[in-house]
Design a protein around this ligand. Structure first.
Ligand code: GAR
Length: 229
């Protein structure tokens, strides 16, 4: 049975990673999964348009509406987890440009079954840095989103930037790493030019991580390292 995938996104990007996932499914690079629902917390997310064009079900799950009903952020997470688990019977949640940090109230529905694409290089669990060329320590940029994270890497004069796909855990951007992509920072790079090159790589690594998950190839070891079997 094909794994049922939910893609969660926001309106900060254009849903290009969703498009890359759908292309990888079309090209059978992801063989054992299909996107059954695309969720956004913003009704103007372009990813929703892309999903509708492909006749994929969409859900706008707006935090503001939730708050107006006197409900808490935790209740939002709980309701979102329950919806995806019980109504859509989701096997894998993919955060592809999702901007809200999800707590354990959500994660308890998808233990080791929710992955995030983060626009910076994150080290393995238990490591403090990424070591570049055996000597330069690259500190992780956690909790920043999209071009803010990219600009941060430029401002810090890092030689490289990149993206990471990791399992989500209650500690933000600290879960077991599945795959990373590295991109060299050029002296004349702006956040825009650098992010454009990073996205080309993201469009490879996110579908790859999903393909491995769907083929049951990912094992999380006790120390928080992911092994591809
Ligand atoms: C991606 O680049 C992803 O790394 C980033 O949002 C972008 C969405 O782009 N995610 C985050 O910042 C989450 N912290 P897209 O809409 O073109 O796929």
């Amino acid at each position: 049975m094909k794994k049922r995938i939910a893609v969660l996104l926001s309106n900060k990007g254009t849903g290009s990673n969703l498009a890359a996932i759908l292309k990888a499914i079309d090209e059978k690079k992801i063989r054992n999964g299909r996107v059954v629902v695309v969720v956004s917390n913003k009704d103007d997310a372009y990813g929703l348009v892309r999903a509708r064009e492909r006749q994929i079900r969409t859900v706008v799950f707006d935090l503001k509406d939730f708050r107006q009903k006197g409900k808490t952020r935790r209740e939002y997470d709980e309701a979102l987890g329950k919806l995806l688990k019980e109504k859509y019977r989701i096997d894998l949640v993919v955060l592809a440009g999702w901007m809200l940090i999800l707590s354990d109230a959500f994660i308890k529905y998808f233990p080791n079954k929710a992955i995030n694409l983060h626009p910076s290089l994150l080290p393995d669990v238990g490591e403090e840095y990424i070591i570049y060329k055996n000597k330069i320590k690259i500190k992780p940029i956690r909790g920043e989103h999209t071009d803010m994270a990219v600009q941060f890497a430029i401002d810090k004069h890092y030689p490289i930037a990149g993206s990471t796909v990791h399992f989500i855990t209650p500690v933000v951007d600290c879960g077991p790493v599945i795959i990373r992509s590295e991109v060299e920072i050029q002296p004349d790079d702006s956040a825009e030019t650098l992010f454009a090159r990073m996205k080309v790589e993201e469009h490879e690594i996110l579908p790859q991580a999903i393909a491995w998950f769907c083929e049951d190839k990912l094992r999380i070891k006790k120390i928080g390292k992911v092994e591809i079997v």
